[in-house]
Ligand binder design. Structure first.
Ligand SMILES: [Fe+2]
Length: 275
């Protein structure tokens, strides 16, 4: 794919590209079309020096679709901007999201995209990693692909947003805990590529399997997706911005240099029902 308005430099073999030559605060339709095409091609895009106001950050998200307000994390929402989740860590507050996950897959319609901006970042450490669930799927044997294509998995919040882990958050009662049944392999509605769609934060079990079978298969898939060749890693600077396709990737923070102050702001775009 060639681009005329933006420069696109891939970062790794499986996914990830750094884009330059564009100010996301003043994005015209032609530049947006190229950013969107590059995003579908590379699954996660990185931009530097994007000093966006909360309004500009939200407006960039709205280019892709309607913004989602996170069902929990109430105490992490930005003042006056419930669409912006603030992820802040320092000496007193641990990193958030230090395990591999796809955002909000316990919802019937998980987000299509997440857009994360570095507001305060440490001089070193605190990188974020992404993994391509497309590339991971493509690397499976035909026999494994056929087995997985028949399966669905239950996703919920029990492992990640428990009352113990988030005592200050307001939670629904246990019997109203959100959960969703998603295919283990989903097909991307825009690219047509297939992706492994289970993750260790929110997938509880594979429907119809005995616990030992489900645990073994999910454990294999989690380790497989995290294969270094399927990943990329990004070092943040102040005003760096990442936008990832939540339909075909997982991500995690590398929780090193954990005492340094790090403040990230995230906007999330509504998605469709995985199929
Ligand atoms: Fe996340």
């Amino acid at each position: 794919m060639s681009y005329r308005r933006i420069q696109v430099q891939p970062l790794a073999g499986a996914l990830g590209a750094e884009v330059s030559g564009v100010d996301l605060g003043e994005l015209d339709d032609g530049a947006y079309a190229e950013v969107h095409a590059a995003w579908l091609e590379h699954q996660v895009l990185f931009f530097r020096d994007q000093d966006l106001s909360p309004e500009q950050h939200k407006a960039f998200g709205r280019r892709f679709g309607e913004l989602q307000i996170h069902p929990f994390l109430h105490s992490r929402k930005a003042e006056g901007h419930p669409e912006i989740v603030v992820l802040e860590s320092d000496e007193a507050r641990p990193y958030v999201a230090s395990g591999w996950h796809t955002d909000v897959t316990f919802a019937e319609r998980p987000p299509m995209a997440s857009i994360l901006r570095g507001v305060e970042v440490p001089a070193w450490g605190g990188d974020t990693m992404w993994a391509s669930c497309n590339t991971a799927y493509d690397a499976l044997s035909g026999a494994m692909q056929r087995l997985l294509s028949e399966l669905a998995a239950i996703h919920d919040t029990s492992k990640t947003f428990s009352r113990d882990a988030y005592p200050s958050e307001s939670h629904p009662d246990a019997d109203k805990m959100p959960s969703a049944l998603h295919p283990v392999i989903r097909t991307h509605p825009e690219t047509g590529r297939r992706a492994i769609f289970v993750n260790p934060a929110f997938t509880r079990r594979i429907k119809g399997m005995r616990p030992a079978e489900s645990d073994a298969l999910l454990g294999f898939l989690y380790a497989h997706v995290a294969t270094p060749e399927f990943t990329c890693r990004f070092h943040w600077q102040k005003n760096s911005l990442a936008i990832w396709d939540n339909r075909c990737t997982q991500h995690r923070v590398v929780a090193d240099n954990a005492r340094a102050h790090r403040r990230m702001e995230r906007v999330t775009v509504e998605g469709d029902r995985p199929a």
